[in-house]
Design a protein around this ligand. Sequence first.
Ligand code: WT7
Length: 651
Amino acid sequence: MSTETVEKQAIPPGFENAHAGPEEYRRLYAESIEDPEGFWRREGQRLDWIKPYTKVKNTDFTFGQVSIKWFEDGVLNACVNCVDRHLETRGDQTAIIFEPDDPAAEAQHITYNQLSDNVNRMANVLLSQGVMRGDRVVIYLPMIPEAAYAMLACARIGAIHSIVFAGFSPDALSNRINDSGAKVVITADTAPRGGRRTGLKSNTDAALLHCSDKVRCLVVKHTGDQTTWVEGRDVDVKEQMKHVSPDCPARPVNAEDPLFVLYTSGSTGKPKGVVHSTGGYLVFAAMTHEYVFDYKDGDVFWCTADVGWVTGHSYIIYGPLANGATTVMFEGVPTWPDAGRFWEVCAKHKVNQFYTAPTAIRALMAKGTGFVEKHDLSSLRLLGTVGEPINPEAWNWYNDNVGKGKCPIVDTWWQTETGGHMITPLPGATETKPGSATVPFFGVKPAVLDPTTAEVIEGNPAEGVLCIADSWPGQMRTVWGDHQRFMETYFQQYPGYYFTGDGCRRDEDGYYWITGRVDDVINVSGHRMGTAEVESALVAHQKVAEAAVVGYPHPVKGQGIYAYVTLMNGVEPTDELRAELEKWVRTEIGPIAKPDLIQWAPGMPKTRSGKIMRRILRKIAENDYGALGDISTLAEPEVVDDLIENRMNRG
Ligand code: WT7
């Protein structure tokens, strides 16, 4: 994409009194970089501390001794910051608007008082199950208020939650329960989504077959659907909540105590448990939520992500609630009962800030503007996107039809690892360019490095890999149980820097354009997928000898999953087998990992040392096989002709 030709979009009127204007952004950004201690010492005060911190920043990016600590001698409680401290001033204000999957069902408006009652009760239920400070609790719930209660209840008693997206399979669930060493898993009977139901309890039953029999299963009876019940192991949460006290003292924790672990895919190996701290994370989530969305008291904020992803952690729960906001939790999907659901919900709840993913915008764009026009979107003041680069067509459609040209669009670049927004416009301060995440947030020091020399490229324009030169409070602290892996993944390749895994370009104006992952991670509908994970699921099938997975451009998902599969000797490649393998991956990992295209590959392009040349597979999958580059080092160059001949993506 050529960036030179993209024109800057002026800041729309109405943002003159935003939290930061252009001058303020420059001043605060400069301060945050020149004096991080002073800057964050002040910003940390947006939270209530039980024991105030005296130390602010203590961080080291040196490979072998990476250590990240913020506000390290401070003591606080995240739940108190998201709930208790609002009770006096806004106890009767709605904290959470719950919009159920079924549009005919009534929405729930949960006030801060009611939130407090439920969270305290849930916390007491956890205590009664023997959950203690530092224990892990896996949450496998749909987008229902109980998910918020469970997160905050863990925070209240100092337990560490680990949410597993409800779309993941029993296998993925058991792996995460085991890796985190969770004592308890919280699930629901079934999860309605788009008019269909997923059996979360039956998935959990299947998962628990592979876990310690000490793991307790707390079940939220959400739909009332029939499930199996294991006496002595399964607990009816809602029933228990009725019988416990609505008061549970909040456990003071250290700023550096983990608030949660969230598993995410990398280029190699099993998903990593990304560990986030209590103090630094919450400061960063709250601050970014306020500035990036220009959140003001009384606003209704809607982030359409699932709480199973970091976006849901930071911008449905922790950021908004720390700021005393009204946050929308939507159980459904954008296209059911029709492609107007998002806009219907925006109109119904008078949403002021709306935050979604480019893939959703593209899916809705394909259904035409009629679905948008039917609804009154005049409450919208700001739009946001996250998850992948947004293509200019989708940006323009969003801007023209949803924002009516009046709402700034914040294209927020960040990662599970970063805890919150890193490169993003501020609505009152930054002129935008469609497709660019624009400029760094306060305290964030991006650097573009040369991937071959690992040297910093100064000046503009610059193109290379995106690193971050210094720590920020929301940064992940470690990989759960594997600090070595943390250091190797993020700090080894580019010494002294945090390596993001993304490529980027910085243009003449200093604006950043994310060009996508430079590792073997693909981005499917804004969700991160390790190709290695899909490959290991495929080779676990008895008929598969070898598999190689790459991404290819997909009109709605951003990237689709393209799998090359070599079958065991004598196995017939049939369409039935293809369907069987698709189903296999769905059950091994979850529906999001299902390959879009499977090509039978009698042979793989390998170097003489046996390494699969993914560059070639990527080109063929992209239908760009004219430019394969040098294939002379291949052990059997002729396999390439067969792969081209039988390629699946001829789009
Ligand atoms: C990867 C992180 C935390 C956000 C949800 C995804 C890509 C994210 C953007 C954006 C271009 C983006 C990057 C990043 N990404 N936002 N605005 N523009 N690319 O979190 O699963 O941890 O994935 O998503 O490639 O590395 P994640």
